[in-house]
Design a protein around this ligand. Structure first.
Ligand code: COA
Length: 276
């Protein structure tokens, strides 16, 4: 991806992993309109960036994100409907549409505070890895609003009904360990191991056939909303499409290595990839 002069985010690539860091640490990475525009632009470009094999979203400093910026996103756009609409569209675009349809695996690395609208990119990413002491909260109730945008919908889908109701109506916080227990994140680790654990997880994903990873994550997202028979039909068509889409020919290569070469066990790990 060409270098772009972002002011509110940092985009870096290291050995196939692209790190996108929300970078307003002095404001706990609260999401301003400018940050939304930059994220929307960055994710549009990274989706077609060949160096990006896995995308990680995280926050600079002690927060992942303190949610929407109450001043710049809410108050300052109250009398500017054009800017309100533009920033709302950019926000929904990047932290929901672009992330949920991102063609490579996405990981939210939750390093600290994560409130309100900050929960949306966490839910949108395929995986979420949290510091055990990260602090999550649906704080909207504490300032007299409801969790809007995609927040209530996501929380009601990801958590149990009882937990979603409890955390949304009380505004009580929960830490990374609890987020793992609630299955709100994939897993949590002590903060000093967060980056290392995220890199290890990303590397594991990068060992797999990228086309199969993409089609599988799309399949898991899609079948949740389908009746069983439609899901089976969709998966049959999706599986056929994968054969033509996969430049590595993983299906044939995987069978060859197992049945003819006897060089690996598919039950225990991926076939040996020759990167194209
Ligand atoms: N919108 C705008 N500014 C925010 C913000 C937000 N969501 N969250 C933090 N900030 C700003 C503060 O106003 C403060 O700015 P200042 O230094 O100019 O006064 C700065 O970030 C640091 O915040 P502060 O509250 O002093 O930091 P803290 O480490 O003591 O507490 C939080 C961190 C996240 C617990 C606290 O800032 C907070 O509750 N933020 C709001 C969270 C929220 O309700 N988000 C939902 C929005 S949808």
């Amino acid at each position: 991806m060409e270098k772009r002069p972002y002011e509110n985010i940092i985009v870096e690539n290291e050995d196939g992993i692209t790190w996108v860091t929300l970078n307003r640490p002095e404001k706990r990475n609260a999401m301003s309109p400018a940050l939304h525009y930059e994220m929307d632009d960055a994710l549009a470009n990274l989706a077609v960036d060949s160096k990006t094999e896995v995308l990680v979203i995280t926050g600079a400093g002690e927060a992942f994100s303190a949610g929407q910026d109450l001043k710049l996103y809410f108050r300052d756009t109250a009398n500017n409907p054009a800017e309100r609409r533009r920033s709302n569209e950019a926000a929904h675009s990047w932290f929901w549409e672009r992330l949920t349809t991102f063609p490579k695996p996405t990981i939210a690395m939750v390093n600290g505070y994560c409130f309100g609208g900050g929960l949306t990119p966490v839910c949108a990413c395929d995986f979420a890895i949290a510091a055990e002491d990260a602090v999550f909260g649906l704080s909207e109730i504490n300032w007299g609003i409801l969790p809007g945008g995609y927040v209530s919908w996501n929380v009601a889908n990801v958590m149990s009904f009882r937990d979603a109701m409890h955390y949304a109506v009380t505004g009580e916080t929960f830490d990374g360990r609890k987020a793992e227990e609630l299955r709100f994140v994939t897993f949590s680790v002590p903060k000093d191991q967060l980056r290392q654990a995220t890199v290890a997880y990303a590397r594991k994903l990068m060992e797999k056939n990228p086309a199969a990873v993409r089609f599988t994550k799309e399949a898991i997202r899609t079948v949740r909303g389908l009746p069983a028979q439609q899901a089976v039909d969709y998966l049959r068509a999706k599986g056929e499409a994968l054969k033509y889409f996969d430049p590595e020919g993983g299906r044939e290569e995987g069978m060859r290595q197992f049945l003819d070469e006897k060089s690996y066990r598919p039950g225990l790990g991926p076939y040996h990839r020759k990167k194209p």
